[in-house]
Write a protein that binds this ligand. Structure first.
Ligand SMILES: NC(=O)c1ccc[n+]([C@@H]2O[C@H](COP(=O)([O-])OP(=O)(O)OC[C@H]3O[C@@H](n4cnc5c(N)ncnc54)[C@H](OP(=O)(O)O)[C@@H]3O)[C@@H](O)[C@H]2O)c1
Length: 222
């Protein structure tokens, strides 16, 4: 299994690459600049002690060579980036991590006309791509460290099968994940990130998250 993380040179992408590489997956970090992706691949390989499979490439080459593609870019370039890799995603699962943040009033929930960034991805990519949405409520600070993470991950998606594949990767990252239903529910998860940013601001934190209670949690992988 090869996972491509497009925009994996940024904080959130790096955090996911760190955890999946540690779990034994082959990772392709995608970037606009392959040299930048290769440098980040080398940095994370060093951080993990060398025995991992992380490479750098352009976003397109990474998407072409992977089985599952993860998108971690700013919302401002979400559509543009997807447009560039659209053909390479056919028949694959796209895990969209994007939060549709716009500069004004970051702490007030505002969603795009399609409902959410993930639904925009569905509209842009068409039926040949399964889209799931996950990790929006997990700060990279939790991912780029080795301890357990208390925050949990809500996974929405266009099919039960795609959500199930995504939940396997959530577990492989050492996190508790929940099947949160159809991709239309991503509006709640993406919107929650703005609420968490507001809580961080008010309570002088940087990594607020969420947790589901009242139901037995699925097992973590590590
Ligand atoms: N940071 C977090 O804790 C966190 C938590 C949950 C969700 N998220 C979401 O995850 C996504 C990534 O967050 P991040 O903090 O990792 O973002 P970031 O560091 O600002 O950007 C990630 C990568 O996107 C690419 N990028 C940046 N500006 C671009 C542009 N103008 N055109 C094309 N590519 C550009 C860059 O890769 P190259 O220069 O290598 O191409 C960059 O390394 C966002 O949608 C964010 O809302 C973040």
């Amino acid at each position: 299994m090869t996972i491509a993380v497009l925009g994996g040179t940024g904080n959130e992408g790096k955090g996911l690459v760190y955890r999946w590489a540690k779990a034994g997956y082959r990772i392709l970090i995608g970037s606009r600049t392959p040299e930048k992706a290769q440098a980040v691949a080398a940095e994370l390989t060093d951080l993990l002690g060398g025995e991992v499979a992380i490479e750098g490439a352009t976003n397109l080459a990474a998407a072409q060579s992977a089985n599952i593609v993860v998108l971690t870019v700013p919302y401002a370039v979400h559509s543009e980036t997807l447009g560039m890799v659209k053909e390479a995603l056919k028949g694959k699962i796209l895990i969209d991590v994007t939060v549709p943040l716009v500069p004004q009033k970051v702490t007030m929930v505002q969603m795009p006309p399609a409902g959410s960034a993930a639904q925009e991805a569905c509209e842009l990519l068409g039926e040949g791509v399964q889209v799931t949405s996950a990790f929006q409520n997990i700060s990279y600070e939790h991912l780029l460290q080795d301890g357990p993470v208390e925050c949990e991950v809500l996974v929405t998606g266009t099919s039960k099968e795609a959500r199930s594949e995504t939940l396997k990767l959530v577990a492989a990252a050492g996190l508790i994940g929940w099947d949160a239903g159809p991709i239309e529910n991503s509006v709640v998860v993406e919107g929650m990130t703005r609420v968490l940013i507001g809580i961080n601001k008010q309570y002088k934190s940087t990594s607020a998250g969420i947790r589901i209670i009242g139901v037995e949690a699925p097992a973590r992988e590590r």
